[in-house]
Design a protein. Sequence first.
Length: 337
Amino acid sequence: MRVLRIAIGVVVLAAALGLGVSANAGESLVVYSANDADLNTFVFGMFQKETGITVQSVTAGSGVLVKRMVAEKDHPLGDVLWGFATSILDANKMYFEPYASKNSSAIPAAFRDIDNLWIGNNVHVIVFQVNKQLLGSTAPPRTWRDLQNPQWKGKIVMADPANSGGGFTQTTYMIDLFGGGDKEKGWQELEKVIRNVRVLNKISLVYTGVGQGEYPLGLSLEYAAYEYVQGGAPVEIVYPEDGTPIQVEGCAIIKGAPHQDPARKFVDFINRKDVREAILKKFFRRPARTDLDFQVLGIKMPPLKDLKIATNYDFRYWAKERDTVLKRVQEIILKTR
């Protein structure tokens, strides 16, 4: 089977990590990851060092990996999907094995499937990532409706919702926000934004492009923008004043996965409190767990309670409408180019 733009890599061998004899030595795990390479290396290295289970990662955009999983459904080659928006997980839960993780009780019910088919790991806040150097004295947009202003034509980048959970959340949230209950009106208003944006294949191209000075403004994810701020880049983070959605990202065990026991161990590991603390400190990924104290951990990100979060965004509704949304977005992109 031919699959484009998929990088397959085996994480550092147990011997190279200085592992001793493990009860799990010789076991392996295949993770289909939509996460960044740095996070993959960090997490898989920790997991392998602790368990002795060798992790093979298949890394690509979420849309590409879901297509691969579906194509393999009769003979699964992967074990776990990790780093996927819960809207995508919910839309594909017929392909997952139920598993009640040891950490389920620490995750709010809204962030996990009622039948334990997937579980949230971290919470992304959708933000505007601004390159202050490129904007100069121009004030950045402060609301989603500001993005409709013709002054931003060609200066905004966003991720293709077909390949990015973040891009899908941004797109469908704007339909809700602009429509105020009238979906058709929301679509018409969304078109005004799409006329101004450049659509990139992956969300990583959005935040790296803005962070490295290629684009002045991107519809981005909070953690990625903070990485550039922490690194000293001329980046400003704008939390939209008219509200913004959160995108919960999680993992699931693939139905019929060949390595079921290692898969369950990974699902438990990835939401363990000490693991989430380590990921938060290094990668600014807000945990789905609610028992981590940002102040004690020295994290300067604002707590969710201090942000205007859209509490009525129904990701389950939009998950059911996914195919319709992607088709119509593509039509608008073709129409406006």
